[in-house]
Design a protein around this ligand. Sequence first.
Ligand code: ADP
Ligand code: MG
Length: 254
Amino acid sequence: MATVISFGIQKGGSSKTTTSGIVAHILSAEYGKKVLAVDLDSQGNLTELLTQEDIYVFHQRTVFEALQEQDARKYIHKVTDRLDLLSAEDHLARFPSWLYGSYRGNRSLVLKQTLESVQDDYDYIIIDTPPALGDQTINALAASDAVVAMFEASKFCYSALGRFLETCVHVQELANENLKIAGILRSLIDSRRTDNKALIELVEEEYEDLCFETIMTRTAAIGRLSINGFTNNPELKAGLKQYRLFVEELINRV
Ligand SMILES: Nc1ncnc2c1ncn2[C@@H]1O[C@H](COP(=O)(O)OP(=O)(O)O)[C@@H](O)[C@H]1O
Ligand SMILES: [Mg+2]
């Protein structure tokens, strides 16, 4: 049965999508694991990052349709031999209105039920979430064995972090007692900026045991990944260095 890992924080631009895409890539391409990446953000950034396609290509063949049927099987796209994708595009924005209008059942557990049909086909399921504590994020947490809280060094993200972790605890209490908070990943760090350093240390002091040791710095190669993609990208190997250390830590924790 797959280990399900979500990446979240309600602050946009915190490297959720980049990190979940890279983790899915490393687990499948370097560890030889069978991986399903799930894009739960209607922006479809993970879909675009992994496929390098316009997200409208996936219209009516996305995670939203899978959620409505509570069955993922028909909607899985093959990215590589070992990496599959449940895609997203703009229409996923209608998930809450579908959830509160037409769905009868536990509204936190729709994704969990949807993934049950494919749980046994994968070693890992990696879920990218939108920058909000809404129904998609709650469903991701309820379906996960572990969650990584993303932290980019800004005051707004610092404010978001405590509330995100509280939300995880609520989900543990109400919907998924098995959810483990794998840790806080500090990302997009500019080591030359003293305010970045101060915020990293503040998070370290406050959440000592939760922080991953690996800290992700901002690099040009990873900044260009959304443009260049994962195939035939000569700067990828070097760009993934820090991410490999993180994946090792992550695997040990989950
Ligand atoms: N390690 C990194 N180095 C440089 N740029 C990065 C890195 N991680 C993410 N980015 C860039 O930062 C921006 C926000 O990242 P993204 O993954 O889209 O965040 P989120 O999904 O949290 O909104 C994107 O433009 C992305 O390309
Ligand atoms: Mg994103």
